[in-house]
Design a protein around this ligand. Structure first.
Ligand SMILES: [Mn+2]
Length: 331
């Protein structure tokens, strides 16, 4: 896609605010298989820009997953083929570590005369012409909150709900990730804005779809341990999805069940996509690092939570991943 020909530059918060202010028709892009941070950040940034009279279009390669349909404004998110004809001054990617993660929205992103990346992944490739990337924050939502501050705007109750979703989902309901004083000051700002935290905490973190519970049962039944319980492994086959009538979006968060077992330091969930492709979700407790391993297998992510898809049949892929994880956790 001629990315090497583009000049990539890292910019500050205030420069990011200026770039957004200078644009009129703005495309906001989320990554494939969007999570709460991706959609929550997209919607909150969208609302901020709309409040300035900008013409904003939200796009994502995949439909918004069902569990995020509680977010105000989620229906605004378009599929790439629905916006292909439009022209934009600026394309802005939120929460995506690289261009490939944008899926079909990547072509729209690259077609815009100006491109901006807002993200918090340590593995971010700085694929925009302009990049506001800070890997010290827990969620991209924290960066969107800073933009509200930069514009001296208070989030609406709806935007607060979206930002709460971003902050709470990327930290496992405030259990991990890079939470600091700023993080909780922002959360305080969301409460001031009218966030109904108990309702949304229940909907996002406590209530589970029955399909998820059925898949979880399958995954827990597949649990195996290596290296005296330091590494745990779960596997889901295409038949598990068929027999429970579930889809892959329900695996969100499932891998953590393997990590939250006494003595476990690293874990992975292997999901069979088809005969030749296997998807991995990797998790670790500090000081271990799964971002490095995911990158070696062609994926990416955070130090403690990462993922990749490997073009190998399930058993071969699992044995390679097991070997590599053992190298890290069993020495
Ligand atoms: Mn994120």
């Amino acid at each position: 896609m001629g990315r090497t020909a583009r000049k990539m530059k890292t910019i500050s918060l205030s420069e990011t605010a200026s770039v957004l202010k200078d644009a009129e028709r703005i495309l906001l892009c989320a990554h494939v298989q969007p999570d709460g941070d991706a959609i929550g950040s997209l919607l909150a940034l969208g609302e901020l820009l709309q409040s300035f009279g900008k013409q904003v279009t939200l796009v994502c390669h995949n439909p918004v997953p069902g569990y995020l349909n509680i977010l105000p404004g989620w229906e605004q998110v378009r599929l790439p083929h629905e916006v292909a004809e439009q022209a934009f001054d600026l394309a802005c990617s939120v929460d995506s570590s690289d261009l490939e993660r944008l899926g079909d929205a990547g072509a729209l992103f690259m077609a815009a005369p100006r491109s901006l990346v807002i993200d918090h992944h340590a593995s971010n490739t700085l694929f925009g012409q302009l990049n506001y990337v800070d890997n010290k924050v827990a969620a991209s939502g924290n960066l969107i909150y800073r933009l509200y501050e930069a514009f001296q705007q208070e989030p609406s109750a709806n935007a607060a709900t979206c930002l709460y979703t971003a902050l709470s989902t990327d930290t496992g309901n405030f259990s991990y990730g890079q939470m600091d004083e700023e993080f909780f000051l922002q959360l305080g700002g969301l409460m001031r804005a009218g966030l109904d935290i108990t309702s949304y905490a229940r909907a996002l973190h406590l209530t589970k779809d029955l399909g998820f519970i059925r898949l979880l049962t399958r995954a827990l039944n597949s649990l195996t341990f290596e290296c005296e319980g330091r590494l745990s492994i779960m596997k889901l086959y295409t038949t598990d999805f068929e027999q429970t009538g579930t889809s892959h979006e329900l695996t969100e968060g499932l891998v953590n069940k393997a990590l939250n077992i006494t003595g476990v330091r690293m874990c992975f969930l292997a999901t069979q996509l088809d005969q030749d492709n296997t998807k991995f979700s990797l998790r670790a407790l500090a000081p271990y690092d799964v971002a490095q391993i995911a990158t070696e297998f062609g994926g990416g992510g955070h130090l403690l939570a990462a993922g990749c898809t490997v073009n190998l049949p399930m058993e071969v892929a699992v044995s390679r991943m097991k070997e590599r994880m053992l190298q890290a956790v069993c020495t």
